[in-house]
Design a protein around this ligand. Structure first.
Ligand SMILES: [Zn+2]
Length: 278
């Protein structure tokens, strides 16, 4: 039987603004509304960041608490994944929201360049974030910006610092980091299968690479991430009218390759995440 494809929607991120695309949800209520629309058409993971009212990025645990509560109410069963990557340079503050015990959180296990800065993930911070995730039973999504990050995740797993089947995400197409390169993508999969055989993997492509990564992942049996955090356009000329419009593109690709879309129940089962809401 074909494995159902998990669709994660990254609704906001910390970079795109309403000036870039008015559909980017900024306030908590906009985020909840946008996520609910995606949940109702098949997205089963919400990757979340929070913003200040002026649109600037925030890591305020109180904002995360409000968002999490709203999503639990309006998207019952959906897997809530909070970002710990939001504001590089803020050190240990980046993990304060883990005490909220979300289903999942992102975990970047090494550093790399971003378009105009270094994305700093020093070893002591990574190990602390991993230990907090273990303490609060939060499933990490390993963000892979580089091949070495797969090796680092395997090391953390072998050392007992990460537990369970990992969810490994290949991020491709960030300017100054790994481009969307098909040979590298295939080698990433090969390396995950070799070092972390029980893991699941997915891909996130930035900008125009979003649909490319969606297709590569769906065709190769992996899972996908979409959403306005990574890409604000439907085509080169046209802005995406909503997060849901991007989820629909991923769904169409699932149909093309005859992959059923994973329900939230199937996603919880695949990722070995219990239903925390009871
Ligand atoms: Zn993010």
């Amino acid at each position: 039987m074909t494995t159902p494809c998990i669709i994660c929607v990254a609704i906001t991120g910390s970079v795109p603004t309403k000036e870039d695309n008015p559909a980017v949800p900024i306030s908590i209520s906009e985020q909840i509304e946008s996520t609910q629309e995606c949940f109702e058409i098949g997205a089963s993971i919400a990757h979340c960041h929070v913003r200040n009212s002026d649109g600037s990025p925030s890591i305020d645990p109180e904002k995360y608490r409000k968002l999490k509560e709203g999503l639990e109410k309006y998207c019952p069963g959906m897997i809530i994944q909070l970002s710990t990557g939001g504001r590089s340079g803020h050190g240990f503050e980046r993990g304060k929201m883990l005490a909220l015990r979300p289903d999942m959180a992102s975990l970047t296990v090494g550093s790399n360049n971003f378009p105009s800065r270094v994305y700093e993930n020093p070893p002591d911070l990574v190990e602390w974030l991993a230990s907090e995730m273990k303490k609060y039973s939060v499933k990490p999504e390993i963000e892979v910006f580089d091949l070495s990050h797969i090796h680092q995740a395997a090391k953390l797993k072998n050392d007992g610092k990460l537990v369970g089947n990992l969810y490994v995400q290949f991020v491709m197409g960030v300017k100054n980091a790994m481009p969307a390169d098909l040979d590298v993508f295939k080698y990433y999969i090969k390396t995950v299968k070799r070092l972390l055989p029980e893991s699941l993997w997915c891909g996130a492509g930035i900008g125009k690479n979003q649909q490319i990564l969606n297709e590569w992942c769906i065709e190769a049996g992996g899972h996908v991430r979409t959403g306005l955090e990574d890409n604000i356009r439907i085509t080169k000329e046209k802005l995406a009218p909503s997060n849901a419009s991007l989820v629909n593109i991923a769904k169409e690709l699932c149909s093309k390759y005859e992959r059923p879309v994973a329900s939230w129940k199937e996603t919880r089962k695949l990722l070995e995440i219990g239903d925390k809401s009871g």
